[in-house]
Write a protein of this length. Sequence first.
Length: 139
Amino acid sequence: MKSYRKELWFNVPTRRASLNITPQVEACLRESGVQEGLCLVNAMHITASVYINDDEAGLLHDYERWLEELAPHEPLSQYRHNLSGEDNADAHMKRQIMGREVVVAISNGKLDFGPWEQIFYGEFDGKRNKRVLVKIIGE
């Protein structure tokens, strides 16, 4: 069984963003040489997420609005976590909602997606370097 590991680095210039990272993950799969197996993709920071959905601008906008309604950034004083000097309590909550990782089957050397599925990196407290782990195992 083969095992492959790579870290993808992102530095989003805005506080929040959703980046389609499917091409980078597909490049990792090609590098790995795995034809049948599993691909784990996970955010290695507690204020970022990896999730699967459709790459449609309206949907991405709706996610942004929905997440801000569920866990608004301001007022900062609404969160006990922010009393420690941080300003990112909302980012922790948004990450919890959107999830830490995804696992995608690999079949015939390709990510085995359903219709419209793409892998996204969700940033909720940007403007600094953060990592995403890609771990691929299989034959």
